[in-house]
Design a protein around this ligand. Sequence first.
Ligand code: HEC
Ligand code: HEC
Length: 301
Amino acid sequence: MADFTSEFWSWFIIVLVVLSFIGIILLLRWMSVKEPSGDKPQTMGHVWDEDLEELNNPLPMWWLVMFYITIVFGIVYLALYPGLGNIKGLLDWTQESEYTEEIRVADEKYEPLFLKYSQTDLAQLSKDKEAMKTGERLFINYCNVCHGSDARGATGFPNLRDTDWLYGGEAETIKTTIMHGRQGMMPPWKDMLSNADATNVVDYVLSLSGRRFDQKAAESGKVKFEQLCIACHGADGTGNKAMGAPNLTDGTWLYGGSKSAIRISILNGRNGNMPAMADFLGETRVHLLAAYIYSLSNESE
Ligand code: HEC
Ligand code: HEC
């Protein structure tokens, strides 16, 4: 139910609605009264096509009755449900209570199932075909906006089907990720790196994954990399799962592997945010989702 900014608007609506009801009822009564002028209906004085006259007959009974029924319906409806200004209605119905009730009914129906699943070990659960079908439905409901319905991700949103993990692909780690969320923290380096430095570092990063690079530039880039980057990405550039620093030596890029995309990652930093799901979905659903994600990259086992 909308909350009005002031009582005035609530009363404004109540008065308008009540006046409309009274107006409609008066109009209907007026329209249904027969003129006392005997059998011959009064003419309104309008004539078309020579002999087609407009007469002042009362409205047909069936039509009037229908109209009265809609009025009664309207009054009963407004008495039971919110609609008259801020008045709540006798049933105390709200969108929120309806929604909560639907959720409660659904929870009652599915929670025992989720509870059963949640007592099964993740790796074992990931082999249960029925459970994985339910997991997939949960994934499509809650995760596909970011990771895509096929879980292959997009720029900035990791692919969950491959075996390349920012934070680790062990079943329990996946569950931790989903429960508590993850914050990627790649700081911006534009204040620390000159334009030339940046070009050199990009070339060094390219060299790590065996791409074409400029030897001299990469050599200077390596110096900067060792100063600024290895704390997170490791001396060999293979990353650090504890902080979600990506492996820079594989061909997989979260934010794109073109020279310009890598340059932007380095100069502006990146802050991917995986929202925590523990409060929103509850542990039993997260458990099932974790098993589902685990199954995506462990299907052949
Ligand atoms: C609002 C967008 C968003 C939603 C919704 C979302 N995620 Fe994520 N997720 C991300 C981002 C962004 C990352 C990468 C975080 C980073 O860059 O550090 C991520 C990372 C992950 C990872 C870690 C991947 C790795 O390589 O370690 C898993 C697992 C994951 N998400 C599962 C899920 C599941 C399951 C759901 C649904 C319950 C979900 N996500 C919903 C944005 C989202
Ligand atoms: C404080 C830790 C930290 C430091 C220091 C750091 N990075 Fe990162 N870097 C990260 C994290 C974490 C991510 C992933 C960000 C995300 O998930 O949103 C990342 C992402 C990147 C990416 C994007 C990778 C992809 O797959 O798209 C590149 C490239 C990169 N870093 C290069 C560097 C370079 C070069 C330096 C040194 C100048 C550096 N990083 C220093 C933590 C760090």
